[in-house]
Design a protein around this ligand. Structure first.
Ligand code: NAD
Length: 425
């Protein structure tokens, strides 16, 4: 009797963001023919700080949270990267995000290395006073590695300009004078930059425009879906709407809404402000998973890592995936999307507008000379269009996708700086 063949074992996909950041790095390192030592040097975080953050809760009880700050590289300048408050924060996630910051700063060619920070906490469960005490204590715990010429935080998931104001104030108190340049994404009266709030989204829109032009896809009349209606996603949806794109669906952590004729962002914003979720706006309810698979021209994942994986990549129908979020697509999903002809604008390019205007904010703080909004916008647009062209050209030369093209460009720049500096001692 013929023996039944056993099905080939399926190895589960590794969804640890640090592991897939390393896989992405290895793909670029292969093209650059980097030796083993250089690969190890460039991919290992320079510093990893883990701190406990005790605070007194409003009920007078003490609670201790875990906090992290990882500096991945300072080869090209001080390290730069946001601070995330989220229950899912782990050291590995922060290491991945720090590494992506290094490559992102190099893609847009600004003189920063990469860093990231976070606290494992659900900030929505804290009062505003508790949030403030948590931010201030965390800042004082990591202050030993911060400074305008050392490491400069910024906002990320569930942190806002107000959190940045507390960081600036706390750090200033430890120094005895006001240190505007220690953090970016601050409110404008405290040395923030015009245009920083919407900069991530504006840069993302510019990259979508570049991709659409190259694909001869008119944005006017095109369709889009945006997963994650926060700082990044909300403004991308608005810029798309302003360009004549029909935004069919948006979502947040509570789910999504869909309208085949297109949602009106003004109404979605009103619902989000009033009821705390886009799901309160008029429209058909859909899940986050369904949103990703809608037949739209442009899909913008703007929430968390690992949204597009081996499990759903084959069902993604968008022509363009613009990664406003960091790490939304796994390497396996990248391969599937490429073979289906989907253009993925990688996070280190698509969301680099945020750190680009953070750089402008830092420059303005150091000079105490502030720019008008149109100056910021012009510089941002020019930087992102140039970066897109550099990435597209690198990808074309190496016959690879935009992600690996962006990484070849970025890792190459960081490798060059590292080689020119030499190894101490
Ligand atoms: P935010 O806190 O302003 O918004 C996050 C949004 O995502 C919220 O609407 C939240 O409800 C939603 N969300 C959370 N979990 C979700 C889930 N599982 N499914 C769907 N939606 C979910 O955060 P942000 O600053 O907009 O950051 C979003 C992404 O953009 C992150 O990956 C971040 O690293 C990246 N990013 C942000 C900036 C920036 O300047 N803020 C810059 C570069 C990259």
């Amino acid at each position: 009797m013929a023996q039944k063949r056993k099905p080939a074992p399926v190895t589960p996909e590794n969804l640890n963001p640090y592991e897939f950041a390393l896989t992405q790095f290895d793909r670029a390192a292969e093209f650059l023919e980097l030796d083993a030592g250089t690969r190890e040097l460039l991919s290992t975080p320079k510093r990893q700080l883990t701190v406990s953050v005790p605070i007194k809760m409003d009920n007078k009880k003490i609670k201790v949270f875990m906090g992290y700050r990882v500096q991945h590289s300072i080869a090209r300048g001080p390290s730069k990267g946001g601070i995330r408050f989220h229950p899912g924060v782990t050291l590995d996630e922060v290491k991945a995000l720090a590494m992506w910051m290094t490559w992102k700063c190099a893609v847009v060619n600004i003189p920063f290395g990469g860093a990231k920070g976070g606290i494992t906490v659900d900030p929505k469960a804290l009062s505003s006073d508790e949030n403030e005490r948590l931010t201030r204590r965390y800042t004082s715990e990591i202050a030993i590695v911060l400074g305008h010429d050392r490491d400069i935080p910024a906002p990320d998931v569930y942190t806002t300009p107000q959190h940045m104001a507390w960081i600036m104030d706390t750090f200033s108190m430890t120094q005895g004078y006001s240190t505007l340049g220690v953090v970016t994404g601050k409110p404008i009266p405290l040395g923030g930059s015009a245009g920083r709030n919407e900069a991530t989204a504006e840069g993302c829109f510019v990259t979508i425009d570049e991709a659409a032009k190259r694909m001869r896809l008119p944005l006017k009349g095109a369709t889009a879906a945006v997963q994650g209606y926060g700082n990044a996603g909300m403004h991308v949806a608005r810029f798309l709407e302003e360009a004549g794109v029909k935004v069919l669906a948006v979502s947040d952590s509570r789910g999504g809404i869909y309208d085949k004729k297109g949602l009106r962002m003004e109404l979605v914003n009103a619902a989000k402000t009033k009821k705390g979720s886009v799901t309160a706006a008029a429209g058909q309810k859909i899940s986050n998973a369904e949103l990703l698979e809608l037949p739209v021209d442009v899909l913008v994942p703007a929430a968390l890592e690992g949204a597009i994986t081996r499990a759903n990549a084959a069902r993604i129908k968008a022509k363009i995936v613009a990664e406003a979020a960091n790490g939304p697509t796994t390497p396996d999903a990248d391969d599937i999307l490429r073979s289906n002809g989907t253009v993925v604008i990688p996070d280190i390019l698509a969301n680099a507008g945020g750190v680009t205007v953070s750089y402008f904010e830092w420059v303005q703080d150091l000079y105490s000379f502030f720019w008008d909004a149109d100056v910021v916008r012009n510089h941002l647009e020019r930087s992102l269009r140039r970066a897109y062209e550099d990435v597209a050209e690198t990808a074309r030369r190496h016959d690879t996708n935009l992600r690996t093209g962006a990484l070849i460009l970025a890792v190459g720049r960081v490798e060059e700086a590292t080689r020119l500096r030499g190894l101490f001692p």
